[in-house]
Design a protein around this ligand. Structure first.
Ligand code: SF4
Length: 582
């Protein structure tokens, strides 16, 4: 498949040249792609990694992930960096030398405090490193002359299981496919009971079959490599070390459903992996594992293109991802219809994540029984976990489904744990009385993130950071989520800053339930999870910050009326309101 210019990639090119996307370029791009200017502008405005004002020669995106510890040991490294560089957070310095912006998790939680500088990850930050970095920036040193250890990513794989113990050789899964035929391979996938590894757990064999059976002009295979759930980084490792097996799984899927084109939607934060992935794709084309007549089989044509996202967490939701692939803002579609019958370009599309395709490739070669011999009744096989936070050995662990949280905490060297957040902010916050619970679709489901919080952490601060994350990442399409997530953040802020009352606790509960119930997509349905879990399992963290009055307004009523007083030129005593209402 010839690499076609994708709208997002064209915008990246322009941005690379100008350090932002100038207004006049929007019209040029609209002409080039035959799109209305309003659509291109909407795309630029939607994605956090497209800028309409210039960024610095050194453009820094500092991860504010709860797990990475950028505020550890009493020093806020982001504040320190911005102070030393003399630039406010989320601003470009007047001389254009540097810009410092805050961003959500960049998938490096096993490397401590981290940032992206001109798209390249820089890890294990500490105050001394920040000082040194400031000096290098001020002297204009190119990144190639910076200490290279800062850019080294380890991929700390602590525990291998079913999938990672022995990798496939390129082509092994495909040879099994051609030897046995797609019907038998689909039967193996069904027998394996493989379920999607993104968290929702839809049956993979069923998804592939539904796609195959849908009437269509074309079918598509899409890999969701947009792992944006804070605390998740296992796909980073899989993409670096197991990309061949991923592409093999996608190609097997293509043969089963009858697709000729596939896409990997790579999260913008992992853009630095693109050259590596392109190299593997090129090698597969050269060796007959991709392209026309794969393994010399006439009519077996399939190729893969990589599309890089642009910093929108919501694009991890499959219909939003498809919108983004089509060059639009990543706003989730109404479902049904589901992508399996009307997905990319309105055609049947299988969307699975990186881990699922890798599992499928193994199943094609080793069989469904091999896979389902591990795990539990509802959750066959293994699960890769990204473990981070307060533990001695953060990194990637592969466990059979059914493992207890207690076992995981013991393995990663976590002591004095008061809580774990499983499945990222949208997942489940669990207190120590429930560490007997098990990872699996029938108990604690997860896309792969597990954050550990010791008794030195304030759980309410963590919940507030999660609420801020959702308020920031809400795509804004539907009111319950757009307004509700902001209200939740504001309400929590009031409590965190010791201004809350019991009334605010009740409001939190009420608003959480509204957001969960009436939002349009999964982001909204799960955005209040940490608050509801916190109110249930950790009420003491809320209560100890409450003031004792029954009611206190969200904002300063008297100050809000200042403009009215100015307009009426009335500022006597009677024109003021009591601020505190008992
Ligand atoms: Fe967008 Fe939130 Fe509504 Fe989903 S729930 S469509 S993220 S506003």
């Amino acid at each position: 498949m010839a690499e076609s210019p994708h709208l997002l990639h064209r915008l990246y090119e322009i941005q690379q040249k100008h350090r932002y996307i100038p207004d006049e370029s929007i019209g040029e791009v609209a002409d080039q792609f035959g799109l209305p200017i309003s659509q291109v502008r909407a795309v630029v405005d939607f994605y956090a990694f497209f800028y309409t004002s210039p960024r610095g020669d050194y453009h820094i995106l500092f991860s504010n992930c709860t797990s990475c510890g950028y505020q550890a040991r009493g020093v806020d490294l982001l504040q320190l960096l911005s102070q030393q560089l003399g630039v406010s957070i989320n601003q470009t310095r007047a001389d254009g030398r540097v810009s410092v912006h805050e961003t959500s998790c960049i998938g490096l939680c096993d490397h401590g405090a981290s940032l992206l500088i001109n798209g390249i990850p820089l890890v294990r930050l500490d105050p001394a490193g920040i000082w040194q970095m400031v000096g290098l920036i001020e002297s204009g040193k190119p990144l190639t002359e910076w200490p290279q250890a800062w850019f080294h990513i380890d991929n700390t794989l602590h525990k291998r299981g079913l999938l990672l113990e022995t990798d496939l050789s390129p082509g092994e899964g495909l040879q099994a496919l051609l030897a046995r035929g797609w019907e038998e391979i689909l039967a193996e996938i069904v027998q394996s009971k493989l379920r999607g590894r993104g968290g929702a757990g839809f049956n993979t064999g069923l998804k592939w079959r539904l796609c195959k059976e849908a009437v269509a002009e074309a079918r598509y295979v899409v890999c969701n490599a947009d792992e944006g759930e804070p605390g998740t980084f296992k796909d980073r490792m899989l993409l670096q070390q197991y990309a061949d097996t991923l592409f093999e799984g996608m190609t097997i899927c293509a043969r089963v459903i009858g697709a000729r084109e596939g896409y990997v939607y790579l999260r913008g934060e992992y853009r630095y992996l693109l050259p590596h992935l392109q190299t593997i794709l090129a090698r597969r084309r050269q060796t007959g594992l991709l392209g026309k007549s794969i393994l010399a089989k006439t009519g077996f044509d399939f190729d893969i293109e990589i599309v890089v996202g642009a910093g929108a967490y919501i694009c991890g939701e499959e219909s939003a991802l498809i919108e983004s692939l089509e060059g639009k803002p990543g706003i989730p579609r109404s479902r049904p219809p589901f992508p399996v019958t009307q997905g990319y370009l309105g055609q049947p599309t299988v969307v699975n994540n990186v881990e699922t395709f890798i599992a499928a490739a193994h199943i094609a070669y080793k069989g469904g029984a091999w896979f389902s011999s591990v795990g539990t009744v509802e959750s066959a096989g293994s699960k890769l976990l990204s473990i981070s936070g307060d533990c001695a050995a953060p990194g990637i662990y592969e466990y059979p489904f059914g493992v207890t949280l207690q076992q995981i905490l013991q393995d990663c060297g976590a002591d004095n744990v008061q809580a774990v957040q499983v499945g990222g902010p949208s997942g489940t916050l669990i207190d120590q009385s429930a560490f007997h619970r098990r990872i699996g679709f029938e108990d604690v489901s997860t896309g792969g993130s597990l954050m550990v919080f010791s008794d030195q952490r304030d759980v309410l601060d963590i919940i507030y950071q999660f609420a801020a994350f959702f308020a920031h990442e809400s795509c804004g399409f539907c009111t319950p989520c757009r307004v509700g997530t902001t209200l939740l953040k504001q309400n929590l802020y009031k409590i965190v800053t010791n201004q809350g009352t019991r009334y605010d606790m009740a409001e939190l509960q009420h608003t959480s339930e509204l957001v969960r119930r009436y939002s349009h997509c999964g982001l909204g349905h799960t955005a209040a999870n940490p608050i509801l879990d916190g109110l249930q399992s950790f009420p003491q963290f809320f209560e100890r910050r409450l003031i004792q009055r029954d009611f206190s307004p969200h904002f300063n009523l008297d100050a809000a009326l200042e403009e009215a007083r100015r307009m009426t030129q009335r500022d006597d005593v009677d024109a003021h309101l009591e601020q505190d209402i008992e």
